[in-house]
Design a protein around this ligand. Structure first.
Ligand code: GDP
Ligand code: GDP
Length: 458
């Protein structure tokens, strides 16, 4: 379970600056899909061997009166779900009334709070932060300059991670071969990567009311369910082991199963954190979209999380029953327009309510899983590189042709291909995309993003 850290503070203290610094390492995969903007409020951070979810609570407005008005509902919920709070204050502005009311609120929560004075660059930190001790939140005021990274590592490694460590289990095996992890050798990554015959952890992801519970019930109604437990708390997903066609699956149900007769008894609050954790824990994500709503910003934001985590993806456009032809056409053209850049994911049009199309989802889920865990040899990726370059030469850079020399596999789930060459990093985006598509076709990889990394060789 990934721990959750909320960034709290009045506007302009530097929460987003810190958020961006913490989550930067996860931008890489999203950057390959220019059609997608990241969610700026929720992200994942990696510090040393620890991963955690960071929330930038945003909505605290210093002008309002009373903490109830001051904190937006979203921020309160974030604090509520967090395992630790970083309470940011501005060392240059000094202590303000809003800081006092936020502190008062936080003191009432049973939460570990770290008081962090930001913007200590170019000023005398110790004397600037002295007055913040009067807030009475812990024995230390941590000094940082988020914009320059100063003090951030110390804050994390000396204060935050020991606290998080006490809360959470160490990183799971799958995190160990994340795409930005250079510490493991390829052999080690290989040994730890899931095998194509392993259980598929399938997360059902989607905004509220798209039909996640209906789909889960439909799937479970037809398959052999091994056992399942109800969730312990509302922020946990339900993990349901099941079998289909001789393959074992664990269904990660973010909606919380609602099979009982009195559905209204179990009204689930949609939780982004729950969704983020489910994505992280899954091998394949089934993103459910409501055909009647079209593609919404919330769908795109969930898609961003899935890509950021490098997870395999299958899209299910639900509630396809009873749609007029012209409405179907409209949804299809919207899919092309807004999701055309996700060319690796299979799209299914289904009705969870009637079961139409649901059976075919397994084929794409399995294909995505097998693609993501496929073992790729150095000889093969280098040969494909040669063919791609032969078919279509890389362009010139500063009067010299960019030379791509050899390639090797750099990781799995998602597959990573490392290409060595001179000025390889200067390749235009269009050529990188060409290579990506070439690899995708040659290796028959569907359903998972592929990451291509470039290394300079002279
Ligand atoms: P938020 O409203 O709390 O999210 O604050 P932002 O992250 O948007 O930052 C507000 C302003 O403070 C921006 O102009 C930042 O460039 C600036 N800022 C953030 N961190 C630092 C810092 O460490 N030092 C200085 N001097 N300015 C900073
Ligand atoms: P969740 O919040 O994503 O779990 O969504 P639910 O499964 O609770 O579904 C929300 C509403 O959409 C319910 O009223 C369902 O009956 C309805 N619904 C779900 N799937 C379908 C479908 O395939 N077709 C139609 N017409 N309605 C559906």
């Amino acid at each position: 379970m990934l721990p959750v850290v909320a960034l709290v503070g009045r506007p302009n203290v530097g929460k987003s600056t810190l958020f961006n610094r913490l989550t930067r390492s996860r931008d890489a995969l999203v950057a390959d899909y220019p059609g997608l903007t990241r969610d700026r409020q929720y992200g994942q951070a990696e510090v040393e061997e620890h991963s955690f979810i960071v929330i930038d609570t945003g909505g605290i407005n210093g002008d309002e009166e009373g903490i109830d008005l001051v904190m937006a509902e979203q921020s309160l919920m974030a604090v509520d779900e967090a395992d630790a709070v970083l309470f940011l204050v501005d060392a240059r502005d000094g202590l303000t009334a809003a800081d006092h009311s936020i502190a008062e609120y936080l003191r009432k929560q049973d939460k570990k709070v770290f008081l962090v004075a930001n913007k200590i660059d170019g000023i005398d930190g110790d004397s600037a932060v002295a007055e913040f001790y009067s807030l009475g939140l812990g024995e230390q005021v941590h000094q940082i300059a988020a914009a320059h990274g100063r003090g951030v590592t110390q804050l994390l490694t000396l204060a935050l991670t020991p606290h998080i460590e006490a809360l959470a289990s160490p990183k799971t095996e799958e995190d160990e071969f994340g795409y930005d992890d250079d510490e493991l050798s390829l052999d080690e990554k290989l040994a730890e990567a899931p095998d194509e015959n392993d259980t598929i952890k399938l997360a059902i992801i989607g905004k509220p009311n798209v039909g996640k519970s209906t789909l889960t019930n439909r799937i479970l109604g037809e398959e052999r369910v091994v056992v399942y437990d109800m969730p312990g708390t509302t922020r946990d997903s339900v993990y349901i082991p099941m079998e289909h066609d001789g393959r074992s699956y664990t269904l990660i149900d973010t909606a919380g199963i609602r099979r009982r007769k009195n559905v209204s008894d179990v009204v689930e609050k949609f939780s982004v954190i729950k969704t983020l954790r489910a994505i992280e824990d899954a091998n394949v994500c089934l993103l459910v979209i409501d055909a009647r709503d079209g593609i919404s910003d919330q769908d795109l934001s969930l898609l961003g999380f899935i890509l950021e985590a490098g997870r395999s993806l299958v899209l299910a456009v639900n509630k396809w029953d009873g749609m007029e032809e012209h409405d179907k056409d409209r949804v299809k053209s919207e899919l092309d327009r807004r999701l055309g850049f996700i060319d690796f994911a299979r799209i299914h049009f289904i009705s969870a309510l009637h079961g139409t199309g649901v059976g075919h989802l397994y084929e794409s889920v399995e294909e995505a899983f097998v693609s993501a865990t496929k073992r790729i040899s150095t000889a093969m990726v280098t040969k494909i590189l040669d063919m791609a370059v032969f078919d279509h030469q890389p362009p010139m850079h500063q009067g010299r042709r960019i030379k791509l020399k050899y390639a090797h596999a750099g990781g799995y789930n998602p597959p990573i291909i490392v290409i060595h060459g001179n000025s390889a990093k200067k390749l235009p985006h269009s050529y990188k995309r060409y290579l990506m598509n070439y690899y995708r076709k040659s290796l028959k990889i569907m359903g998972t993003p592929i990451r291509i990394e470039f290394k300079e060789t002279s």
